[in-house]
Design a protein around this ligand. Structure first.
Ligand code: MF3
Ligand code: ZN
Length: 679
């Protein structure tokens, strides 16, 4: 029986575009593992999808002036396509707003409740007087009770991965308004994690996981407390109890169950709706969660406890290979700070396998690591092109020119040949171990060491000398035969990391089959067939020039400009005006009552705005930037004494203030009523 693997990568929030920082940690290692295991003949299911509920979504959609649904629709597509561009081999990429997710999550809750693990309690929660509501999770910012980081969130610390109740934070404040918070009683449902302490401890004691993962999990289990698993919101999985309208389940309760519902969706799509059980309910399945270190408590403690409390016998994780963080030139990737890589531009210049190789060879497996443009260039040029590409190219070109493009027969070996062949065998075994142990970085090293050894062998054997001496034909055949055999080994080791290049090399070696449908051990043990005709050699990797790297670095530094130095793209100032000119302006707070597109216009929206004294119709040229519906209810700043004018036949009685022109942001008023004077 083949081994069975259920592989997951953390479901990314659909609240913004993913970047290479995410990919290097929780995603590429998962894809390499899945590809390797498939090639080894294991039964593999690789599952992912968008995490679409919770405060990470509502907060970002509020800021963008979109509804949560609009927000997740946009970023689900963007992220899904990004994975496609990176040649990911997910068997299913679902979303937690998929209809099958809600009942699965609700059943989880009800089982836990029936089994006595859920408690309803009225306790103190953080309340913002200014905003007149309870705040939780990312709406709260404060000092981490564990590590003292002063920008910790209401539920988790992005720095040390601690997970706690918002009331445990020191000095909590509202993230949006900065206002102080008070304690006020509120009713919520609590999961009695404390009741799982012993069971979790016994379970985790038997695990041989990465040190950082085990340590964090154990420490976490030490003082497990009941945690609130409901929130006041209308965006989330509804609490499946009567009379609890307005309460949803906490996102970290529903999201991991997304792994299960995504598997259910996969099963439905292929017409075998029960097939998910072959994985989730089979105790021989090895469940592997690929995550970033900030997700450790949720995958090693919370979700396992939730599973332990079920009546359905779901499997627990077999391993949780959590990785560290991946930075960009020493600091975190951040699009809003201008510290990012423009992906559209990136993929115009560089290939998917160049970035896959770079991220894999530099994966943050045991410590944080980083993307630097110089290192990217160096590894692509010196390793992919200089070692791997060079060896493959010289071998194939030589075979084409001197051996009629056919795989020669090996009749005898000398010491060097034998040594070279055993280097190949050893490399394959080491790569097998590395991939099996989630060490992509090590596998990429093994790949390059073998390519380098192959170049040395080629240089020592000097086939260009042998070919001139007809009496040394057999020797020549042995040398090229060994080199071609080595290409086959390189292809195998390379495949999980750079799958499309590996397929291409496989084809160049003269095979018509698709590597991904074959078997690692069979390929390893079957020599490249004598007399097989190779295909026309071609250059596999392009050299990256110094100038383009200098250009990228300059672009990156410039991206920071608006914050760190003067931005030369800013329009110059207009001529000065007097205070009297300002006094002439009547600016008011106006509340948008309705908003609709003006037909035949891409840009114009017709708004009805309450300015306190009266209702106005205002035409605004912002239709390309915001969804009309998202504006309804928002309070904006209105120029209230502007002479009426007609725009595309529609009267406009005022103007609303927005910032920006190519990209816009609308300043919203939160507390003051319509009609308030702005000065
Ligand atoms: N969306 C979370 C994050 O980006 C990860 C969720 S993983 C899951 O940190 F298990 F909950 F799905
Ligand atoms: Zn912390």
């Amino acid at each position: 029986m083949p081994e069975k693997y259920l592989i997951t990568s953390a479901l990314p929030y659909a609240n913004g575009p993913l970047h290479f920082g995410h990919i290097a940690g929780a995603y590429l290692p998962g894809d390499c593992f899945a590809r390797f295991q498939r090639l080894k003949g294991s039964d593999v299911l690789f599952i992912c999808g968008s995490d679409e509920y919770g405060v990470a979504i509502t907060m970002s959609s509020d800021l963008a002036g979109r509804t949560p649904k609009q927000q997740v629709d946009i970023f689900h597509e963007i992220n899904k396509n990004f994975f496609k561009q990176l040649n990911f081999s997910f068997d299913n990429y679902s979303r937690t707003t998929w209809s099958g997710h809600i009942p699965t999550v609700q059943d989880f809750f009800l089982d836990l409740k029936d089994n006595g693990y859920i408690e309803e309690k009225t306790e103190n929660h953080l309340f913002s007087v200014k905003e007149n509501k309870f705040l939780a999770d990312r709406y709260v910012i404060g000092t981490c009770p564990k590590c003292g980081f002063d920008k910790a969130r209401g539920d988790e610390c992005p720095k040390c991965a601690a997970s706690y109740e918002a009331t445990d934070l020191k000095n909590p404040k509202s993230k949006l308004t900065g206002s102080d918070l008070i304690l006020k009683p509120s009713n919520h449902w609590y999961l009695r994690f404390d009741k799982f302490k012993e069971k979790l401890s016994d379970w985790i004691d038997k695990k041989n996981w990465k040190k950082n993962v085990i340590n964090l999990a154990k420490e976490y289990i030490k003082d497990l407390k009941p945690r609130a698993i409901t929130r006041d919101s209308d965006w989330g999985v509804p609490l499946p109890l009567k009379g609890c309208e307005g309460k949803v389940l906490y996102v970290w309760f529903d999201a991991p169950i997304g792994y299960i519902s995504s598997t259910k969706e996969w099963a439905e799509k292929r017409g075998t709706p029960n097939a998910w059980k072959d994985y989730w309910l089979d105790p021989t399945t090895k469940l592997i969660h690929f995550i970033g270190k900030d997700n450790i408590p949720f995958h090693t403690v919370f979700f396992p406890a939730m599973i332990m409390g079920q009546n359905v016998p779901y499997i627990l994780p077999y391993d949780v290979p959590a990785n560290e963080f991946f930075l960009l030139e020493g600091r975190q990737f951040s699009k809003s700070d201008g510290w990012y890589i423009d992906l559209e531009d990136f993929f115009k210049r560089y290939s998917t396998d160049q970035i896959r190789y770079y991220l894999g060879s530099n994966a943050p497996e045991t410590a944080d690591s980083e993307f630097t443009w110089k290192d990217f260039q160096a590894r692509c040029n010196a390793e992919l092109l200089g070692k791997l590409g060079n060896f493959i190219n010289r071998t194939l070109v030589f075979t084409k020119n001197n051996l009629e493009g056919k795989i020669p027969e090996i009749k005898s070996y000398d010491g060097d040949d034998k040594n070279f062949l055993s280097q190949m065998k050893e490399a394959i075994q080491k790569a097998d171990d590395a991939y099996s142990n989630f060490q992509v970085r090590k596998a990429s090293q093994i790949l390059m060491e073998l390519a380098q050894a192959a170049n040395v062998y080629f240089d020592i054997k000097k086939p260009w000398v042998l070919v001139k001496d007809p009496s040394r034909k057999e020797e020549l055949h042995t040398v090229l035969g060994c080199c071609l055999e080595c290409i086959k080994h390189l292809v195998l080791i390379a495949y999980p990391i750079i799958p499309s290049t590996a397929e291409e090399i496989w084809h160049l070696l003269g095979y018509n089959s698709k590597l991904e449908q074959l078997n690692w051990d069979k390929i390893k043990d079957t020599p490249v067939p004598f007399n097989q005709k190779i295909n026309e050699p071609k250059i596999l990797f392009r050299k990256i020039e110094d100038e383009e790297i200098a250009e990228q670095i300059a672009k990156l530094k410039k991206g920071l400009a608006p914050k760190d130095k003067k931005n030369d793209k800013v329009d110059s100032l207009k001529e000065q005006i007097s205070f009297d000119d300002i006094e002439k302006l009547d600016l008011r707070v106006g509340q948008i009552l309705s908003a609709e597109k003006i037909e035949k216009s891409k840009k114009l929206l017709k708004l009805k705005v309450d300015i306190g004294l009266e209702e106005r119709q205002i035409v605004a040229g912002i239709g390309e930037f915001v969804q009309a519906e998202s504006l309804v209810g928002k309070k904006v700043i209105v120029v209230a004494n502007l002479k009426p004018a007609k725009l595309m036949g529609t009267e406009s009685q005022g103007m609303i203030l927005v910032a920006g022109d190519k990209e816009i942001e609308i300043p919203y008023i939160k507390e003051l009523p319509p009609g308030s004077i702005v000065s």
